[in-house]
Ligand binder design. Structure first.
Ligand code: FAD
Length: 563
């Protein structure tokens, strides 16, 4: 294995690049959550559907539901970056953020990307205004992760003017509130997406599920009994429903990552606010270094998640700007499947870590419903399960990485490279992590492994490339911030990036060692590769505790995440 080349990487979009107008939309969302959603949280948690519908109406009035809807259909024609910012701020809205994401994402975007002119005109203005609420119905009792095995059927009627749908779609978010559902059903040509209105005869909704968390978002079964759906309601082409389902899910994964970031920030804020007030052993909790370590860990992960998610959204916007036709657009959306899955996995795990540590910092009080953090903990758990479980997303990441780059691992997709320049510690960690990713791809590619059967290798590959993407995104962002504001003003960002890159490299190294140890069956070759990994001239590990204490102090002083 050769020593990794040290390189500088190209800039990407960062949260610091938002314009004043974008920030105004963020502020509007924050105020909406504070003034409209928060006072209604108890009502919506008790399934007060009228209160939920009213919130949608208000969000529509404010323009928040139409961020990605073209102007001619009542939207704002904005982009993924701003949609991400709104989803992040909405992440402070508990279960309403789930209802919102489903409506503005999978409940609306299928019309934007796949709808005919007529479909766009009839549905998008109502969805953007919040007059109608949208939902997405793919899952069935026997078709969860294996969603394409759905049994709901659609049969063309005798005169060919419409379809007859029969089946049951399980755990459909917004089911009770929705006026229109994007439903996936099997036809003789394969899976097909249909627009099904709530008022069509034969459509009904089962009782509300009793859930662990996100109790304010409706989850119920959508029942379809001989439902006649007009031919004009086929979304996309018959037999192409899987393309609608998968491409829309990719976008939903990115949107979910943004709301996970919001909820993680809320958990951090609650933890710090509590930790400043609560005293034990005559000291505030935030003055104990073990608590400071937790606060810093949360902040570092959030910074990584933000850097990766906004970078992905920026790159997606750039790609979608140069689209020729709908086929080209679909191809571009599909090109981002790996990045969307990386963000979904990372964002949901960052959220889980944050809510878990926030409860821990609250001690026993965190276990009491009186404290908001208890709800955050329960609400967070679903994020690793829906929009594709994190296991399924890891398989997706690993498979795409292998398919695209196994033949030429030197051309890993993680941003184009710019030659030259002096490499600092973090650049070196990223460069060596990249080298280990290449080595892992090479080892698997030259083994006899059937990775479909031995999924642990795909999991390790996914974790390696996930950490690499996050490290690189955080590094790019920090470099840009320092170029703009100087190192003095960005000392905390630098400390955060230092922790993230060093700890990220350690995780990548461990994963690469596990992967090579399992995949390389020739003991001599295995010994050589492992030795090479250990001999990589990585920077000397530092005292990260000191950096973490400084990060925690900064956050504690401001009583919130610092960006
Ligand atoms: C609150 C809530 C809201 C939801 N909202 C919607 C909605 O609006 N619309 C909709 O269509 N669906 C919705 N869903 C369904 C959701 O998308 C599915 O629950 C999810 O895709 C997982 O399917 P499953 O629950 O059947 O789990 P399963 O597929 O049975 O998986 C169980 C476990 O096995 C693992 N597993 C499964 N297959 C593999 C494999 N090949 N390799 C390794 N591990 C595997 C999974 O990762 C998981 O850990 C919702 C679910 C919930 C709970």
């Amino acid at each position: 294995m050769e020593t990794a080349e040290l390189r500088w990487y190209q800039d990407g979009f960062t949260p610091e690049d938002f314009t004043e107008e974008d920030q105004l939309i963020a502020k509007t969302t924050e105020l909406f959550v504070k003034q409209d959603v928060a006072p209604k949280m108890t009502a919506i948690e008790q399934h007060d559907y009228a209160a939920g519908s009213k919130l949608f109406g208000k969000a529509g009035e404010l323009g928040l539901l139409g961020i990605e809807v073209p102007e001619q259909y009542g939207g704002l024609s904005l982009n993924k970056k701003v949609a991400g910012l709104v989803a992040e701020k909405m992440g402070f809205a508990g279960s309403f953020s789930v209802s919102f994401n489903i409506h503005a994402g999978v409940g609306t975007l299928p019309y934007v990307y796949f709808g005919t002119e007529e479909q766009k005109q009839s549905y998008l203005p109502k969805l953007a205004a919040g007059e109608w609420i949208g939902a997405y119905a793919l899952t069935e009792s026997n078709a969860g992760s294996d969603a394409l095995q759905a049994r709901t059927s659609a049969v063309l009627n005798e005169d060919g003017t419409g379809w007859i749908l029969n089946g049951e779609k399980q755990w459909i978010t917004n089911a009770q509130l929705a006026n229109v559902y994007v439903v996936f059903a099997n036809t003789s040509e394969g899976m097909t997406a249909f627009i099904v209105e709530r008022t069509y005869p034969g459509v009904s909704v089962g009782p509300e599920e009793k859930k662990m968390g996100i109790k304010g978002s409706s989850t119920a079964t959508l029942l379809l009994e001989d439902v006649h759906v007009p031919q004009a309601n086929v979304l996309g082409k018959p037999g192409q429903g899987h393309r609608v389902a998968l491409n829309i899910l990719n976008m939903a994964r990115l949107k979910l990552a943004f709301s996970n970031i919001g909820s993680a920030k809320q958990a951090l804020q609650l933890a710090v606010t509590y930790g400043k007030v609560r005293k034990q052993f005559q000291k505030s909790l935030v003055d104990f270094t073990m608590i400071q370590e937790k606060i810093a860990n949360m902040a570092v992960s959030i910074y990584g998640a933000e850097s990766a998610a906004y970078r992905t959204a920026g790159a997606l916007d750039d790609a979608l700007q140069a689209v020729n036709d709908s086929e080209d657009m679909l191809k571009k959306l599909a090109d981002f499947a790996m990045e969307c899955a990386i963000n979904k996995v990372y964002g949901s795990e960052v959220q889980d870590q944050a809510v878990d540590e926030a409860v821990q910092i609250h001690g026993g009080y965190g276990y009491m419903q009186e404290y908001e953090v208890e709800r955050l903990y329960r609400d967070a758990r679903i994020s690793r399960i829906f929009e594709g479980t994190n296991e399924i997303n890891r398989l997706t990441i690993g498979k795409i990485l292998m398919k695209k780059y196994a033949g030429s691992p030197e051309s890993l997709p993680l941003s184009p490279v710019i030659a030259g320049g002096e490499a600092g510690r973090n650049e070196r960690f990223v460069a060596f992590a990249r080298r280990l990713c290449q080595q892992s791809l090479y080892t698997i590619g030259h083994s006899a492994l059937q990775v479909d059967q031995e999924q642990e290798y795909l999991r390790l590959l996914a974790d390696i490339v996930k950490d690499l993407y996050v490290m690189e995104s955080a590094l790019l962002r920090t470099q840009k911030a320092i170029r703009t504001n100087g190192p003095g003003k960005e000392a905390i960002k630098q400390a955060v990036a230092d922790v993230l890159c060093e700890e990220g490299y350690r995780r990548v190294e461990e994963a690469a060692i596990s992967l090579v140890s399992g995949a390389e069956t020739d003991a001599q070759k295995r010994a050589e590769i492992l030795q090479q990994i250990r001999n990589l001239p990585v920077p000397l590990y530092e005292n990260l505790f000191v950096k973490k204490r400084a990060i925690a102090k900064e956050i504690t002083n401001r009583a919130r995440y610092f960006v």
